[in-house]
Design a protein around this ligand. Sequence first.
Ligand code: SF4
Length: 254
Amino acid sequence: MSTLPQLREIERLEQSSAQELLKWAVSDFGSSLAIATAFQLEGMVIVDLAARISPHVRVLTLDTGRLPEETYRMIETVRDRYGIAVEAVAPDSGEVEAMVTRHGPNLFYREVALRNLCCQIRKVRPLERALSGLSAWVTGLRRDQNDSRVDVRKVEEIDGKLKLNPLADWTSAQVSDYIRQNDVPVHPLYAAGYTSIGCAPCTRAVQPGEDARAGRWWWEQDAAKECGIHFSPEGKAERKLDVLLSEILEAKHA
Ligand code: SF4
């Protein structure tokens, strides 16, 4: 297993292509590297690129318990097409039980803080557990996906772990071209007008001209269209989330 690269190496990797970066990561980190994906277009490009480098690359997905049926079909598709056993990362059942008992199953529609709580329990905390055994992970983040992502770098070191975003400088046209040229499987919900895909109750198709992430948590007006995995809530929202989460953890252990 590789140690984390030094600053100069990180700057060099920042200039590399998606293929070069993935090749370096697969070779250096082996089984302590994993691709985290919800099988959106970018994630599938990453899976396709990485599978060409190694058929043993690890792929994990957050099985939040609220995914659309089409996403489960994508897991089957990836298994069939690439021979990769997708690792399903589930939330802690005690935390989900305590949250749903206290706030109801559809708490996310009531206020942003409760939506953040649900994302924390069903996505952020499970991912943190999964990443704890890894040295590096790969995402499909791109800078032009929305305003919160414009500063995404290809190589980031966070809490002693490497986060790689090989498509950071790709445009959506490049993603589409790669998919078409390489016959990469596409999540079925794109054909239904979705441009970003997450949990079933929190994602819908967008209208022509709308922002690509407008279909995520569409009922929220001013909140960031992020679940907390890549960009955490800040200030008041963070403090409210901390309070709600500690209530759930107390209830779980009561
Ligand atoms: Fe919960 Fe919706 Fe976040 Fe999924 S996207 S974890 S259902 S709030």
